[in-house]
Design a protein around this ligand. Sequence first.
Ligand code: ASP
Length: 370
Amino acid sequence: MKKIQILTLFIVVLIHFSCKNKDKHNNKTSILTSTKENIDEMHDTNAKSNFGIVIHGGAGTILKKNMTDSLEIAYTQKLEEAIRVGHEILRNGGTAMEAVTKTINIMEDSPLFNAGKGAVFTHEKRNELDASVMDGKTLNAGAVSGVTHIKNPIDLAFLVMTQSEHVMLSGEGAEEFAQLKGFELVEPSYFYTEKRMQSLLKVQERERRKYQNDSGTNATLFANDPYSKDAKFGTVGCAALDKNGNLAAGTSTGGMTNKRWNRIGDAPIIGAGTYANNATCAVSSTGWGEYFIRAMVAHDISAMMEYKGVTLKEAAREVIQEKVPALGGDGGIVAIDKDGNVTMEFNTAGMYRAHMNAEGKLIVGIYGDE
Ligand code: ASP
């Protein structure tokens, strides 16, 4: 009797382990860290896919030597958590737009990124948030800029697209519209994080020193200030293709640290920070907004595909590696085309990014080709 019991136990344990191994085998998820060998895979995936999703959490001077292990893990895990939410929506037949907004919500709610909870401070120590979405099927779009009480600006941008006759609302008016639609407003203190406050104080100290050196005559902000290059990090964005062949993109940000005079960047500008068109691709940008507006980055990539017949990868490379730097700007994009090809192109040291294809293969990256 005892022998039979032991034998049964043995068989149960055997079945358990063989199932576990099978699961492991089926789960194609792989998290890549940046090495010379896999760098291409981390930038581009070309496999045809009937759905897919790609995200960024901002581009900039992100260097491994400045990163602690725990912070690296925190970013990697949050990127993975966010993209899995969108991927699950797409896997279950949800829309690209829903995947984009829900994925961005996760990053907006994290203090790690310069969007929602982790938004940077303005010159006046406020948090002014910008966001936009675009639907590739209808070419409908919605955007908000300079909102200060909206926990998830991407949701308000979606509401502007779906429930107003406008494309972009700003400041108090946007918040009045939000209230009218039953949107929950939060106190500005919700956006306070010590880390962002310290960044602001540092940038302002450098600005003061520069101002003194220029004897107060040449105190221009951003455009000529070499330090402002690093005054932005962590804008979030997402582009997705759903099972019905529809594309969508969205971008959400706190903008640039120490921004002033209600400065608005590229993130809420359709064609610059966000663009989606079922005929071509969906794109979300991150980087020095002034240049991304002037280069109309997201639309230019789509237009190059449409008018010149080039691939997504070729178009993104030309815009990010040639056109934007030629103007003096830096940053990157994530994009997916109508066939599921993905590009994560940037001209900065790093870009927080992740991609998941229909098979569930996951790629997470932070650094560039160092
Ligand atoms: N593009 C954003 C802006 O200029 C900042 C960023 O992406 O980091 O507002």
